[in-house]
Design a protein around this ligand. Sequence first.
Ligand code: 8OZ
Length: 361
Amino acid sequence: MPINDLFEPLRLGDLTLANRVVMAPLTRSRAQPDNTPSELAVRYYAQRASAGLIISEATVIAPEGVGYPNVPGLYNDTHVQAWQLITSAVHAAGGRIFAQLWHVGRISLPDYQPGGALPAAPSAILPKGNAFTWTGPKPFVMPRALEVSEIPNIVAQYAAAATRAIQAGFDGVEIHGANGYLIDQFLRDGSNRRTDAYGGSIENRLRFLTEVVEAVVAAVPAHRVGVRISPSSPVNDMSDSDPQGLFDAVASRLAGYGLAYLHVVEWAPTEVAPPDFDFQSLRRRFGGPYIANGQYDRKRALKAREDDTADLISFGRLYIANPDLVTRLSQDAPLNTPDPATFYGGDAHGYTDYPFLSDPH
Ligand code: 8OZ
């Protein structure tokens, strides 16, 4: 059996990553109310710099893209300055970091929108479920359908945020096309009933993502741009009549740009049930580096490399609790247990105080 290369360096476009372990994007809701990242985030990300690549928590491209409290943004110079401290600290510690670019679409509330406006989405379809607020769950509202004439401005906001990300010292950007947010809302027909050029056929539903990708790769070199998708995930009340056909088309479309990677949330109903979706079909069609995500542990990550079903593996919950996850995985050392009570909001507790293996104990 060949030596497993999970912990070996990897070329990603023109970047050399120290290993194939990726810190997944993780919303932690500790930014300022004006979407400026917190000072604590400098330490938090620097602690995790031994990951081959860090992907930042989802970061809004515009005030209208907000759907959760205390999330960071990249839509003004104050945000850029605050992120610069974070990216410098990660680079000083030898790490690489991409910014995840986010717009929630209908997964919002008037409470989060400028002027208390209705959230906007591809179609006026009410998602089942509740928005997250500091005062508890609050039912989603019926969004308004975007006018075609509004779409170019949102596409431009993605590109402007990508430009700001590079100004802020990020090594690249990840376009958040997953988990039922705006781009995903355009892709899947459970949330897109448009009858114009942005709805109906798969080709039409791919249009918004395609325009975003083209605007972003015009602002940032394509090999510094990744895309995240979650083809099988029902999270945020998502559904589609033909997930495999749709996301096969997404992967084929994305193959044409020379992107840094495709990041796939391989959602399955339970850890043991085989997913009702062929993720390898996406990987073959895309042809470039594939990051697999979804309840991976050490054993499954090593196996993914042995079987060559993914190029990199991203870890979410494990990265919350284990800043030195690479060391722990490579040594098969015990892992700290993440504490859900401190996932969102609060202070350094549950954020920057998870112990390293090397800490005295
Ligand atoms: C959990 C809580 C808040 C946001 C995602 C950005 O699902 C998120 C998110 C997850 O991609």
